[in-house]
Design a protein around this ligand. Structure first.
Ligand code: SF4
Length: 321
């Protein structure tokens, strides 16, 4: 094993989030702009190029790989990629919108991908169509229960937006009374084309206050690199958490690198710089020194709640969270 990927603050980067594809079968308003700026096909990684880059990161100490998108399950060679990764010494996980889970559940089980985050921002069918600009609510709900029944570790990601779904905080928590899953409320973040506005963001503090009006909550212990602050309502089977990138960031223990579908890397979700590795490997050059320098130069934290809103950044659909 080569020496790990460390930045100048001593943070070890062993968690690779891979956006397999920019395309998605939903059109969530906070994620996909009205007119997405797709990367031309020839500028996207082929299967072999993606595997080559992921193997390189694994050789540099990456021990956790999360597959994201767009929607990872719409990538036609998803099975090839998963079977390749299943042979590696890595912990596999995936973030999906849940629509296609039933068609892939055996493949996921057979290849050891049992940690699934499903994005679902409402428990109201009509509101689902309003947020996603597509149908499919019942399918997603059915697939979430299917995953739970099949003993997958399930987290449900909910982007809380004021005036859109912030009235469902306690309904989602009620869902954890008998279901062994984790609901995670995400502070609304600014990305290209999602019309972010500070007014629409509901902070960690406000969410906790509103939840505590209805439920007694107890703080749970969080993991060393956790992005989520975890809680449980006493007696409930499941738990919930809050991801407070905007108001109480967790950059100090960040171990994440993002590989985009065009073979570029971002050393931070909010970094405005991207480094193209695809051109290097197509020229037969070794991207390792470049990767190490990109990680070394990583900033201590994101530029702060108001500044990142002013910065150019990609749309969420082309980063994968
Ligand atoms: S904002 Fe950037 S540095 Fe902070 S936790 Fe997220 S990816 Fe890491």
């Amino acid at each position: 094993m080569k020496k790990p990927l460390v930045d100048k603050y001593g943070r070890v980067h062993d968690y690779l989030r891979v956006s397999l594809i920019e395309k998605c079968n939903l059109r969530c308003r906070y994620c996909m702009p009205e007119n997405p700026d797709w990367t031309p096909k020839e500028e996207l990684c082929t299967t072999q190029e993606l595997l080559q880059l992921m193997d390189l990161f694994i050789s540099m100490g990456v021990s956790k790989v999360r597959l994201t998108g767009g929607e990872p399950l719409v990538r036609k060679d998803f099975d090839v990629i998963l079977k390749h990764l299943a042979k590696k010494e890595v912990e596999l996980s995936m973030t999906t919108n849940g629509l296609l889970i039933d068609r892939h559940i055996s493949l996921l089980k057979d290849n050891g991908l049992r940690k699934i985050n499903v994005s679902l921002d409402t428990l109201i069918p009509g509101r689902f169509e309003m947020i996603t600009r597509r149908t499919g609510f019942e399918t997603v709900m059915r697939n979430i229960r299917h995953l739970v029944d099949e003993d997958f570790r399930v987290k449900v990601n909910v982007v809380i937006m004021r005036g859109m779904n912030d009235d469902e905080l306690t309904d989602f928590i009620e869902w954890t009374r008998n279901l062994p899953l984790t609901v995670r409320f995400i502070e609304f973040m600014p990305f290209d084309g999602n019309r972010w506005d500070d007014e629409k963001m509901v902070s960690l503090a406000e969410m906790k206050e509103r939840i505590s009006e209805r439920f007694e909550i107890m703080k749970l212990e969080d993991g060393p690199n956790d992005t989520t602050k975890h809680y449980r309502v006493p007696g409930f089977v499941g738990k919930f958490g809050i991801i407070s990138s905007m108001t109480e960031h967790f950059c100090g223990s960040c171990n994440r690198i993002r590989l985009l579908a065009n073979g570029s890397i971002k050393n931070c979700l909010f970094s405005t710089n991207e480094t193209d590795l695809l051109t290097l490997i197509r020229k037969g050059e070794d991207p390792e020194p470049v990767i190490r320098s990109v990680i070394w130069k990583k900033k201590p934290s994101h530029a702060g709640r108001f500044n990142i809103a002013k910065q150019e950044n990609r749309s969420m659909v082309t980063i994968g969270g």
